[in-house]
Design a protein around this ligand. Sequence first.
Ligand SMILES: Cc1cc2nc3c(=O)[nH]c(=O)nc-3n(C[C@H](O)[C@H](O)[C@H](O)COP(=O)(O)OP(=O)(O)OC[C@H]3O[C@@H](n4cnc5c(N)ncnc54)[C@H](O)[C@@H]3O)c2cc1C
Length: 383
Amino acid sequence: MIAGVHSLTDVQGKILRNHRRFSETEIAPHANEWDRAGRVPREVVTAMAQAGHMGALIPAEYGGAELNMIEFGLLNEAIGFGCSSVRSVLTVHSMVSQAVTRWGSVEQRHAWLPRLAGGEWIGAFALSEAEAGSDVAQITTTATPEGDGYVLDGAKRWITYGQGADVFLVFAGYQGRYSAFVIERDTPGLSVVPIDGMLGTRASMLAELRFDGCRVPRSGLLGRPGFGLAPVASAALDIGRYSVAWGSVGLAQACLESSLGYARERRAFGVPVFDHQLVQRLITDMATTVSAARLLGLQAGEMMQAGAPGAIAAVWMAKYFASTGAFRAASDTVQIHGAYGCDPAGAPQRLFRDAKVMEIIEGSTQIQQTMIARLVPYEERRT
Ligand SMILES: Cc1cc2nc3c(=O)[nH]c(=O)nc-3n(C[C@H](O)[C@H](O)[C@H](O)COP(=O)(O)OP(=O)(O)OC[C@H]3O[C@@H](n4cnc5c(N)ncnc54)[C@H](O)[C@@H]3O)c2cc1C
């Protein structure tokens, strides 16, 4: 029984418990150590691939697990419960996998998807630049046609798992529009500069990617030239946002379980701190947030799976609610743990730092606060 989980069917509960077992043995016990070291060991990603997790969204014919969206969500909850840095690697790799599955030519799918599914290739998603985050239309990296391919110039920043990835999905300006390229790490003209010591998801091995006359063969272009930003990046970001929504559910669930355990053990004024009503209130809010965030995740997953018209708005809502709720839950978890909550040896301070990142990536809180209003379906009626 997972504390506070009421909203899942028996089958969904079983899937979550299976993934949780993996997360609790392979990931959660090491999360603090990886956070301090600033890296997720490659063996962990390999273990994830061997368990089928890195091929989560890849069709079975290419060696993937071909999960439906609810199953993918539950996987992200379980991994996010154990470590948000590992979940971040799963997120960006799944974004790349989805983009190749959806937009790749037959040759590209056959060449790349089995490697992505098996963990031979780990993918990273490279859109942001030093001067372009929320406003992605400001990217200045360019692709110039030359010979039988393209030459890329520019730089991408804050690329999750940039330090470890084997292949990058890169967006660059091309004749006034944007194109998507799949670029292998050892391509001449591409250099990877590590970014260490980020506030949160510190083990997710961020990097800056520098393209200096980087020659990409024509076979590296994903989709048509000038076809990159709207279809390829947007669809990948929908997957990323959905993954972060569920990862935030897992993070908040970790906060809840940690707070429940500590509050029952720690004593103050002759009783467990759990018996103080103000502490109960914090835990009540946390448990309610986790349940509601999970329900929004389930709604978004069902709508995505069905291709329902409101699916995009449902994903935004799920991510908005789960990420802001996870940050509140993590802050209250530090509060309940008192000084232990601030101690570098414990999980609460890591959960708090990781939770803040959830409010910035895949659409910041402020972007969501304006986007959702615009996405809410509205039919004008005379009364
Ligand atoms: C840990 C981490 C991992 C990341 N991984 C990746 C990755 O793998 N790949 C990748 O491409 N990028 C990645 N990023 C970058 C991330 O996508 C951007 O940080 C994010 O899009 C926000 O952009 P920005 O940081 O440039 O903030 P800005 O867009 O400059 O925003 C600054 C502030 O202004 C607010 N703001 C901006 N526009 C508006 C508006 N219209 N209305 C109201 N408020 C607004 C924002 O909410 C924010 O508070 C990562 C970032 C972090 C922190």
